[in-house]
Ligand binder design. Structure first.
Ligand code: GRF
Length: 193
């Protein structure tokens, strides 16, 4: 668990690759007085990520890294995180896999949100697979990141019921609405709040 020291908010980085709707909800949460975190940095592998706009609007520092050259780039990311005194990393739709070495540098300090009820449906294209399997329920999970994909300790989950005429689009929307509430709740839990 992450310990809160005094009343200072813990400096946090959010890693994104795309739309950034979770980033948007995390920014909103981080500005509330009950939030134990402040978002100091947004990292993206994708210069065109729509989510970068939320950072721009909120005047949060944004850094783009080309994760194709992973080893070299990860060292740069680590030194950037150090420079800004980042203690916690929130992955929010970040589509790159971080190396073991990187994760060990932030052991127990990286969280991720995944759009399924883990351990079911790890990996990509979760909603389509859930629908193809005629599941009655799906949901989302916030978990600690360890060195295996979507496998770290679960912090919180939220279940949603799948409707009769559910489509990939409607399920994505339904689950995302829950994700936006779940991530802040999971952060409060991690900080014992
Ligand atoms: C979310 O469904 C998240 O669970 C998954 O990627 C999606 C990102 O959505 N890891 P957004 O960019 O936060 O809108």
């Amino acid at each position: 668990m992450v310990k809160l020291i005094g009343y200072k908010k813990v400096k946090t980085a959010v890693f994104i690759s795309g739309t950034g709707s979770n980033l948007k909800s995390l920014i909103k949460f981080s500005k509330t007085s009950r939030s134990p975190i402040s978002i100091e940095l947004i990292v993206s592998n994708n210069p065109k990520a729509k989510g970068l706009n939320y950072g721009r609007i909120s005047k949060i520092r944004r850094k783009i890294f080309n994760f194709e050259k992973k080893n070299r780039i990860e060292n740069k990311v680590l030194s950037t995180l150090k420079k800004y005194n980042i203690k916690v990393i929130l992955l929010a739709g970040f589509m790159k896999i971080l190396s073991k070495k990187f994760i060990q540098n932030f052991k127990g300090k990286i969280l991720n949100i995944h759009p399924s009820l883990l351990p079911k449906y790890k990996g990509l294209n979760t909603h389509q697979r859930v629908l193809s399997n005629n599941e009655k329920y799906s949901g989302c999970t916030v978990h600690f990141v360890d060195t295996k994909l979507d496998s770290g300790k679960i912090i919180l989950q939220k279940k949603v019921k799948i409707s009769i005429n559910e489509t990939k689009k409607s399920l994505t929307k339904k689950v995302l609405a829950q994700e936006h509430k779940l991530y802040p709740k999971a952060i409060l839990k991690v900080f014992n709040l």
